[in-house]
Design a protein around this ligand. Sequence first.
Ligand code: CO
Length: 296
Amino acid sequence: MNANTPPAPTRTLARILKGQPSSDGGGVRLTRVISPEFGLDPFLLLDEFDSAEASDYIAGFPAHPHRGFETVTYMLDGHLQHEDHLGNRGDLVAGGVQWMTAGRGIIHSEMPQQTEGRMRGFQLWLNLPAAEKMKPAGYRDLEPTQIPTAALPGARVRVLAGTLAATLSSATAAAAAEPTVGPIVGGATDPFYFDVGVEAAASLRIAVPPGHTVFAYAFEGTPRVGGRELPKSHLGVLVDGDAVEIVAGTQPARVLLIGGRPLREPVVHYGPFVMNSAQEIEQAIRDYRSGKLTAA
Ligand code: CO
C-alpha cells in the first residue's frame, strides 16, 4: 500500500446483536450469537463457549450429523477431541482451528479431553454454494503454529483465513504492514477470519473486500468498531466500505473480525442440515435415517 493512497471509506456498524445463552450437543452451555434465520449470508451460525465449570461443557457434543456447509471451530482454551464415522480423529487444542467441510454428510463427535479448567472457543458455520453442498466431506486440522500472527505496535492479529492487510490508525505508524496470508484462502465465499487483539488506546484499520458480508464479535473489552461501541458478547454487522476500524478504549480489546462473499441462494435449515430447498432437507433426513447420509 502506498502511504499517499487516500484512505478507503470505512465501514460503519449498522446492527448490534447480543449473544443469547443457549445449550447444544449433550448439554453444553454456550452463547448463540447468530443462527441461520438471522440471514447473515454466507454465515449461518456463531456459537461462543466459555466456562471454567466442567458441568457446563463435560457432556460435549456426542455423535451428530451435518450436511450442506462447513464448520470452523477455533479453540482459545481447553482441549476437544474430534472423531467421525470414518474413524478420523483429531485434537483441537488452545490456539488451533478445525475447518470441516461437511459436504454431503459427516457424522462426528466433539468431546472434551479435560475434567477441569477453562474451555473457551467458537464455532462458526459457513454456508456452501448449491454446487458444493454434496461434495465429499473433508477436514483441515490446523495446529496453533500454522496460524500466522501479524504483530503491529499495539495490536496483534491471528489470521485463521484470508489475507490480512492492516495499518495502524495512528499517524506515528504510517507504514503499512506486509499482508499476512492465512492457511485457508479462496473458495466460493472467499472468507477471512481474524482474531484481533488491540492494546488499550491503540487502534487498527483492516482492509476488507467491499462486497463481502462483514461482522465483528467482541469477546474481551469494549472496543469501538465501525464508529460505535461494541460491548463484550455483542456482534456488530459492518456495512459499506473497504476497511474496518477497531479502536480499544482504556482497556485492551479482542474481537473476531469475519467476512465472506454472500451466496445469495435460498437457505433452508433444519437442525444440523442446511440446504437450498425443503425437498433437499427431506432427502437429508431420509438419507440419515437410512444410513446413507455419508454414502458416496
Ligand atoms: Co458438529
